[in-house]
Design a protein around this ligand. Structure first.
Ligand SMILES: Cc1ncc(COP(=O)(O)O)c(C=O)c1O
Length: 401
């Protein structure tokens, strides 16, 4: 059995994620329940692995976006609260109840269906209120009251939570909108006057910025900040950092005469005879978009130097060329992403005119993830392509040949 046969991988420090969660719990959610948001394959860091980090930290629960994600986590974690933030299909309520997964009810239509659904086990429900994101959620308090009434008919349904989601928590020029959403949510919670156990509204930016004024809530959700990649400058006020590095190794080094055309569509032309053109086995199928051409990367050479290179030409599906002015060698280590400000996730997001959330969730499934503990020891290698990760019938076929 092989865990990994490739020298391009994501290196993830578990202890950093655990520390980030502990800092956020201690400083922003001390007496409140804290959900770590691990949807989108744990923001690219691995769903089940980030579930493990939550169980090892002082955070209290896990939040995901789909029933599949919730279901997969329940296979590994028996006792912890798992909240599905998305809308659940009619036919999935029963299994969610059986697996003790807490579901979201976001509109009267879903409430009516659930009230008529036969459940063998209790189903825990959080009501989602739309206060301005205008994506999912009850738009009207009268609909919420009607939903409470119809859901009370289903004796297996336990309504234990209410929440909303903010649209502009990271936009300093739209703080009025954030305040409006907070006020509206507070007013709706007060009007309903119900003993909800979980009242929550934060994402990372609003939690780190406004936790002190959210005196009416009892829980928090944190996503991007638990990975250390909140773009908002507020993150700098906390001892939080990124846990992830995207690493590859040089598979070929060449020097060509000045003017040589490199890669697809001849998109780069060498500037001098002295340029070192290094190739690495990592491409856009791994989550390095072609738009990153021109971006800085760092290399740790076998001589022990840290040198700077530049991605050139068209990034290929599986390979990328990098130009160096200093000597680089076969098998030298290349950092495409690390915590260094020249190549961090925020820098990549800015170059891609995107956000850190998208950079992280774009890492491809074939990229192995190596997990390290605080001593730098490998704890786990997760590779969707390793025999261990393949469905049994596939492993059997491979063993035969
Ligand atoms: C409903 C909900 N809550 C919380 C989060 C976490 O947001 P962030 O990653 O900005 O903390 C998200 C993320 O998209 C979300 O959709």
């Amino acid at each position: 059995m092989f865990d990994n046969l490739r020298d391009s991988y994501l290196s993830i420090d578990f202890s950093v994620i655990i520390n980030n969660l502990n800092v956020i719990k201690e400083q922003c959610s001390k007496d409140k329940f804290l959900f770590g948001v691990i949807k989108g394959n744990g923001y690219g860091h691995g769903l089940v692995e980030m579930g493990y980090a939550i169980t090892e930290s002082n955070a209290d629960g896990m939040a995901v976006a789909t029933s599949d994600e919730a279901f997969a986590l329940r296979e590994y974690y028996d006792d912890i609260k798992i909240l599905n933030l998305g809308v659940v299909r009619e036919e999935d309520y029963t299994i969610m109840a059986d697996k003790e997964i807490t579901v979201t009810v976001a509109n009267l239509y879903s409430a009516l269906i659930l009230s008529e659904t036969k459940l063998d086990n209790k189903l825990y429900v959080h009501l989602k209120i739309n206060t301005g994101m205008n994506r999912i959620g009850f738009n009207d308090i009268e609909d919420v009251k009607e939903a409470l009434k119809v859901l009370s008919k289903n004796k297996k349904v336990v309504i234990e939570g209410i929440f909303t989601h903010f649209a502009t928590a990271e936009d300093y020029d739209k703080e009025d909108y954030l305040d409006m959403q907070i006020d509206l949510f507070r007013k709706m919670v007060e009007d309903l006057n119900m003993p909800f156990k979980y009242i929550h509204c934060t994402n990372s930016a609003s939690l780190l910025k406004c936790h002190e004024k959210l005196d009416f809530t009892t829980a928090n959700r944190v996503g991007i900040a638990m990975y250390g990649h909140l773009q908002d400058k507020i993150q700098d006020s906390y001892p939080i950092e990124g846990a992830l590095e995207l690493i590859s190794h040089v598979t070929q080094v060449s020097q060509y005469p000045k003017g040589t055309k490199i890669g697809y569509s001849n998109n780069y032309v060498t500037q001098s005879d002295d340029e070192y053109i290094a190739t690495i086995p990592l491409g856009y199928a791994d989550g390095i978009p072609r738009k990153l051409t021109g971006a800085t990367v760092l290399a740790e050479t076998s001589k022990g130097d840290l040198i700077v290179g530049k991605i050139i030409g068209s990034i290929c599906m599986d390979q990328t060329m990098i130009s160096f002015n200093e000597e680089i060698f076969f098998e030298d280590r290349i950092y495409i992403i690390s915590n260094d400000r020249r190549i961090n996730v925020k820098n990549r997001a800015l170059l891609l005119e995107s956000i850190t959330h998208e950079v992280l969730t774009n890492f491809g499934p074939r990229l192995p993830r190596f997990y390290f503990d605080e001593y730098g020891e490998i704890m786990q290698i997760s590779n969707d392509l390793s025999l261990l990760g393949l469905p049994i019938f596939m492993s059997e076929i491979i063993e035969k040949y």
